[in-house]
Design a binder for this molecule. Sequence first.
Ligand code: COA
Length: 166
Amino acid sequence: MGCFLREWKLEDAGELATLLDNQKIQVNLRDGLPYPYRKKDAEEFILHSLLTNRKFSLAIVSEHMVIGSIGVFRQENIHFRTAEIGYYIGEAYWGKGLGTEALKQMCQLVFETTDIVRIFAEPFSDNIASCRILEKAGFQLEGTLRKSAYKKGLFKDQQMYSFIKE
Ligand SMILES: CC(C)(COP(=O)(O)OP(=O)(O)OC[C@H]1O[C@@H](n2cnc3c(N)ncnc32)[C@H](O)[C@@H]1OP(=O)(O)O)[C@@H](O)C(=O)NCCC(=O)NCCS
């Protein structure tokens, strides 16, 4: 069971809403997502992605189903050759190697088609699965950002991982 990345289509909204209407996913993401997460929320996200980051905010597809989302976001000013990566896989598809595969494909796409030389991610330190897939995809741990996030009333540490184009 492999996966590939493609641009979003508005008709993906139903499948996307099913994936993201899940607190086990949202608890590991930044705040701001609605819960429950409905089809209209997914449509808004897809339209925004197509308008602002069409080539690098992509659907993860496996066996004709949208099973996740992955996006790379170029930073500003002196950081313009750096990008942040964010991703999630629907709970029904966890543990099949798909998150790792999607990460590898996205990093290859970014390094082959842009001038970005650094891709980073900042998973919460207790997000073992995310830390693990970053390592499997070739990212290196640079350190711990102590109490760098505040989520659901708690301070959280984050792990700074980066992948450098040599
Ligand atoms: C992080 C996420 C994308 C991983 O996707 P996935 O498709 O399940 O990942 P993979 O199957 O490629 O790999 C998961 C790895 O984590 C390991 N893992 C998962 N949970 C674990 C745990 N609690 N303890 C130890 N290892 C764990 C798996 O064993 C596997 O490693 P292995 O291949 O060495 O055995 C998915 O869990 C997810 O979407 N989580 C919620 C959203 C999120 O955290 N996004 C990232 C924010 S930074």
